[in-house]
Design a binder for this molecule. Structure first.
Ligand code: BES
Ligand code: MN
Ligand code: ZN
Length: 482
């Protein structure tokens, strides 16, 4: 979908749909007043009134989109309203949509972002979809009093939409296509944006002593990779970077501790953390962020096999700490243990934030609208929560009680990789904390939010959400640039 900003009085194409953002208490004249009176439309947030061939209007179809109270209307409201308007007409057969937004350039730019996010679709593997099931809108116009200013404001938001789409594409790909080497290749291709990308293979990781990450991938015929993505955008290229680490389990069968068949296909998105970090780096480069940032992805496939790692195995991680494997399905923390250690050891960043679809327990604790935030640093945690709130991504702080560490004590090694069912997300986070070497660190367990469930926003089509890109981009923008 092509998106343009046009003046409010620009001529409308024939056969266009118009989405008009309106508010509670707005009054209407003539046939429009009759249409509203014949409905229950009040302008409340999320409501729509679809009027075909509206009398006295240039539009072929007019959708009134309720945005609630005019007073509280903000950037997010504009995004959601534009997305709602798009969703209402996307299958209408009309090819042009104009969204009418009153207000400043910021609101118009965010309406365009809403269109980009709602218009995302992963359809590369559909070969016989009926024409009437395909979205028909190919061109969208945001009509505003200040099209030039809106276009300028949209620049960085467009980079954000590109980053989120990149994440959604990665997360949506099937596991036979997106295995570790292919993931690494797609990230390597981001060098065209000005990022530097290094890929480590198994021999390099063996040399580094990454016995924990490598054990997870050992049962797969797909070789493991570590991707290191670097963006040096600060004026001082030697300034200490910020760092993001992602769990990239391209498919998680559970390994020898194999998962039940039901819903196992969901485990293609067990690389959602690595996907979010990739989308973030894409965004930072796309908007030329004035920051030095590192993204590290631990890319593996967790398979059962004659050569797979076993429950009972003792692994030696790059940090030197040993791990007794209790359950091969608790593999994400094993991947992150070496990725986090490598990150702090090599880059000495200001902080590390890891993202991981780490535990089913976080879904039980928080449901699908919140990810869990675990941190050893109150300031970093507060900054993350503020960034998440500003971007409307649900994030809730979880505790890291020292006492629960005993749940991961091992009889024969430094720790075991599972701590039983009580507080399963917490013991997983406590495990990770042992690999950050005291650095400010936060762990976002995004198993609850990486894949969309029905309660999601109009800007999140079913499937991969791209969760995390927005909040991390905001964190960087508000706290670490300039
Ligand atoms: N990838 C899963 C967690 C997960 C579950 C993500 C559901 C998304 C949706 C993770 O590797 C896993 O299997 N965790 C286990 C840990 C347990 C064995 C200690 C879990 O949550 O059951
Ligand atoms: Mn698992
Ligand atoms: Zn997993």
């Amino acid at each position: 979908m092509d998106i343009q900003f046009v003046a409010s009085d620009a001529a409308l194409a024939a056969n266009a749909a118009v989405a008009r953002i309106v508010f509670e208490g707005d009054t209407y004249a003539g046939p429009l007043a009759q249409a509203v009176a014949a409905s229950r439309f009040t302008g409340a947030k999320g409501q729509t009134l679809d009027i075909l061939a509206p009398q006295g209007e240039a539009a072929a179809r007019l959708v009134l989109v309720g945005a609630g109270k005019r007073d509280g209307f903000n950037a997010l409201g504009a995004e959601h309203a534009a997305a709602t308007g798009y969703n209402q007409v996307k299958l209408s057969g009309l090819t042009v949509l104009r969204v009418e937004v009153s207000g400043d350039a910021e609101l118009a730019a965010h309406a365009a972002l809403g269109l980009r996010l709602a218009g995302y679709r992963f359809d590369k593997y559909r070969t016989k979809e009926k024409a009437e099931k395909k979205p028909s809108i190919v061109k969208a116009e945001v009509a505003t009093g200040t099209p030039d200013a809106a276009l300028a404001t949209f620049g960085p938001l467009s980079a954000l939409a590109d980053g989120i789409s990149f994440t959604r594409d990665l997360v949506s790909e099937p596991p036979n296509v997106l295995f570790p080497a292919e993931f690494a290749a797609r990230v390597k291709a981001l060098e065209s944006l000005g990022l530097e990308v290094e890929i480590l293979g198994e021999p390099e990781m063996t040399k580094l002593g990454m016995g924990s990450l490598l054990a997870v991938g050992q049962g797969s015929i797909r070789e493991s990779r570590l991707a290191i993505i670097k963006w040096y955008g600060a004026d001082d290229k030697s300034a200490q970077p910020v760092a993001f680490v992602g769990k990239g389990v391209c498919f998680d069968t559970g390994g020898i501790s194999i998962k039940p068949a039901e819903n196992m296909e969901d485990m293609k998105w067990d690389m959602g953390g690595a996907g979010a970090v990739s989308g973030l780096m894409h965004t930072l480069a796309g908007r030329k962020a004035k920051v030095n940032a590192i993204g590290i992805l631990g890319l593996v496939e967790n398979m059962p096999d004659g050569n797979a790692y076993r429950p009972g195995d003792v692994l030696t991680s790059m940090s030197g700490q040993t791990i007794e494997v209790i359950n091969t399905d608790a593999e994400g923390r094993l991947v992150l243990a070496d990725a986090l250690w490598y990150c702090q050891d090599r880059f000495k960043p200001k902080f590390m934030v890891d993202l991981a679809t780490l535990t089913g327990a976080i879904i039980i604790a928080l449901g699908n609208d919140y990810a869990g935030c675990f941190s050893n640093n109150d300031e970093l945690s507060a900054n993350l929560l503020a960034a998440a709130a500003a971007e409307n991504e649900g994030l809730w702080r979880m505790p890291l009680p020292e006492a629960y560490n005993k749940q991961i004590d091992s009889m024969i090694a430094d720790m075991k990789n599972t701590g039983g069912r009580p507080g399963g997300s917490i013991t997983a986070a406590l495990f990770l904390q042992r690999y950050v070497n005291g650095l400010p660190w936060a762990h976002l367990d995004i198993a609850s939010t990486a894949w969309s469930k029905p309660s999601s926003a109009p800007t999140s089509p079913d499937g991969a959400t791209g969760y995390g890109v927005r909040l991390l981009n905001r964190l960087v923008q508000d706290r670490y640039e300039g």
